[in-house]
Design a protein around this ligand. Structure first.
Ligand code: F6R
Length: 242
């Protein structure tokens, strides 16, 4: 695992956007796995700037979602499909057909999870998976105690994660209780994992993920098992590393 400490979130976004640009030059139709939440926004902004200035051509890039809320009405602005369309697909000038994600509105959620794992494999696998980290150490929505071998499946959000995500909704009660998330085993199949963490609030989770034992209690520690994992942290998120 490679750990890169940058000064701030903007520098982290720029660094990771450079890495994505390099990937797109080598493989123009790369499948980019994207996370939602606040942390990756500087990456999407920096990448969009590179595309608009002509520094990189993303026109053949393909996008895959990491997770999705279960039960939000179609088109809800905070469904992760809507967020990825708004923050990634549209700014990069891509069409909806270049984008795959799990169906959080499916009647048969289990079948939707299995279908998404198949879709990822049929697309050739994720080339570069962007990840954030929860204050409890989750990646995707693999909350503590998730199996390190887990596949895409339905999960119940912890109270902590629902509280953390309440800022995106009008009231805390509106945060869904369930999500579909790529499993840790699924995530580990991506060729390159890039986790960005910024701010003091992530410092403890980062210390445990990077320097603690590999344990289901800290799902992000599974990155230690991956042959090509990069953790980019700002100085605040790095503050509890030894
Ligand atoms: C979202 C996701 C989550 C977030 C994590 C951190 O797709 O996978 O694991 O990355 O909850 O969220 P932020 O970045 O909002 O602190």
């Amino acid at each position: 695992m490679e750990v890169v400490i940058v000064q701030n979130a903007a520098a982290g976004g720029e660094l990771i956007a450079d890495s994505i640009a390099g990937l797109l030059r080598r493989k123009p139709d790369a499948l980019l796995g994207v996370a939602t939440g606040s942390t990756p926004l500087p990456i999407y902004q920096a990448l969009t700037a590179k595309v608009r200035s002509g520094e990189v051509d993303a026109s053949r890039a393909r996008i895959a979602q990491l997770d999705e809320y279960v039960g939000l009405p179609a088109g809800h602005p905070e469904s992760y499909r809507s967020v990825v369309l708004r923050e990634v697909v549209e700014p990069l000038g891509l069409s909806e057909s270049s984008f795959i994600g799990p169906d959080g509105a499916a009647e048969d959620v289990q079948a939707a999870c299995e279908a998404y794992d198949r879709a990822l494999a049929e697309a050739g696998g994720v080339d570069l998976q962007l990840l954030g980290i929860g204050t409890d150490g989750h990646i995707g929505f693999n909350e503590p105690c998730s199996s390190l071998a887990s596949r895409t499946r339905i999960k119940t959000l912890t109270r902590q994660t629902r509280e953390d995500n309440a800022r995106f909704f009008d009231s805390p009660e509106e945060v869904p209780h369930h999500v579909i998330t790529q499993g840790i085993g699924t995530i580990l199949e991506a060729r390159h994992l890039v986790l960005l963490a910024t701010g003091e609030g992530k410092a403890e989770a980062i210390a445990q993920a990077v320097e603690g034992p590999v344990a289901a209690l800290v799902p992000a520690s599974a990155l230690q098992l991956h042959p090509h994992a990069t953790v980019v942290v700002d100085e605040a998120a790095a503050s509890r590393l030894k």
